[in-house]
Design a protein around this ligand. Sequence first.
Ligand SMILES: *Cc1c(COP(=O)(O)O)cnc(C)c1O
Length: 367
Amino acid sequence: MSGESGPLPRPGILDIEAYVGGESKAPGAARIIRLASNENALGPSPKAIAAYEAASRDIHRYPDGGSNALREALGKHHGLDPARIVCGTGSDELISLLAQAYAGPGDEVLYSRHGFLMYEIVARAAGATPVPAPEKNLTTDVDALLERVSPRTRIVFLANPNNPTGTYITAEEVRRLHAGLPRRILLVLDAAYAEFVARNDYEPGIALVDAAPNVVMLRTFSKIYALGGLRLGWAYCPPAGADVLNRVRGAFNVNAAAQAAGVAALADVAFVDRARTHNDIWLPWFSAELRNLGLTVNPSVGNFVIVRFPDAPERNADAAYAYLQGRGILTRKMRGYGLPEWLRITIGTEEEMRLVVAAIAEFLSPS
Ligand SMILES: *Cc1c(COP(=O)(O)O)cnc(C)c1O
């Protein structure tokens, strides 16, 4: 061993707090209820599983590097030009590629204070400066974002609905945000939970992408389509944005089984309807039950809620997390999002939701 240190990464890389995913283990618990990662309660479409299994026979072949069949299917399904769709290894990959392509040292990447953690991570990884804007009522504040735009701002990331808060801003507010941004700034609309939202004043962002040269919409197969394990997402872009992503992405970034499963999942419209209906029933039910227990539940339009626990150490979010984990119920701590008093809980099956409510009632009951 010499006294020399090894190679150092670029400035900023060692400032990154590595992303920690939802817990998937509960040592000692007979049964595990996973509500930590906003996965679909109903599991994947059987048609997607069949397509994945069929693809297993051809894994000696390289995938179609252009994800052509999948882009065609997405284009048909959503009424979009497939040439402006770029598929990725989860929308996480696309978030990262956009940051690397459009921001670098000296640049700023803007997002909402309690927005998705990846935005800060990819900004730092690109060598750029992450700039969080404060929120109002745990909701994106368009004015606060616009106030923080500077000559160095290159990208604004907006998760709408947002994870972890579950709140959304209206299409009109998104348009107001866009109207206040110079055209040199890229607005990334991350609509990972769009399929769960049934509000007249919500839009995932397709119309804005069509109308402007500086807007990209991101979507994922990880949430309502329940294919998180396959890593599959897509971007709908202006032509120049699609060209940029196609230059920087891996030549074979999306594996063949994921492409096949994605095509099958898209075609299974009845499955997505069932998942949406399930959420429409159990999201309000779960929220109301927790409020009946005296907890604050932030209004959510996603397949998850954040729940505020009391401040007393034996009743707070950390204590609740540990209590639930001891019963095999895995939720998500929110300290990394600046919300240490809260836990995020995904909407699971009916049985899971009833078990969680019973466990939280027990946790809160005076003993
Ligand atoms: C889950 C999630 C994603 C990531 O999805 P992948 O396609 O699995 O990478 C992106 N954005 C938000 C806001 C999410 O909650």
